[in-house]
Design a protein around this ligand. Sequence first.
Ligand SMILES: Cc1cc2nc3c(=O)[nH]c(=O)nc-3n(C[C@H](O)[C@H](O)[C@H](O)COP(=O)(O)OP(=O)(O)OC[C@H]3O[C@@H](n4cnc5c(N)ncnc54)[C@H](O)[C@@H]3O)c2cc1C
Length: 127
Amino acid sequence: MLADGSELPADLVVLGLGVRPRSSLAAASGLELGPSGGIRTDEQLRVRRAGQVLPNVYAAGDCTEVWHRVLERPVHLPLGTHANKQSRVAGITIGGGQATFAGAIGTAITGFWAGRTASRSRSVVRV
Ligand SMILES: Cc1cc2nc3c(=O)[nH]c(=O)nc-3n(C[C@H](O)[C@H](O)[C@H](O)COP(=O)(O)OP(=O)(O)OC[C@H]3O[C@@H](n4cnc5c(N)ncnc54)[C@H](O)[C@@H]3O)c2cc1C
């Protein structure tokens, strides 16, 4: 459906959407953002304000930027895998433990499977 309410018939719709960090609240609070617009953190997910690390404020997930270990610069790379690891590091740190999030390398490995089942045989092809 289009913005004017009209509808276009389709069997399949493919969307290619970008993602931007929603960090306006953090920015309004004076937290430092990086060039990607994500909240800048250190390796323990602490955030900074006016050049000072805030000792008890952490950020993790899509609102942050991560260090790209291959490109050697911060990037916005919103993935659940990173959000999961970041939040674990933040939790361990808050609990008094030692953990760091060293960044990401931006690699994704995906398997595509096509399956077919016949009455007396079954075959699965991995692409
Ligand atoms: C369609 C889709 C497919 C994806 N597939 C993958 C994949 O295969 N692998 C992968 O690694 N990542 C994938 N991702 C990305 C992954 O889902 C995100 O990177 C991850 O969920 C980010 O976690 P987060 O905790 O930062 O944010 P979220 O999971 O978005 O959690 C934020 C939470 O905050 C809540 N919230 C928002 N505003 C407020 C408010 N004002 N007050 C209170 N609560 C609020 C929201 O309701 C939400 O529950 C996919 C994302 C999408 C959309």
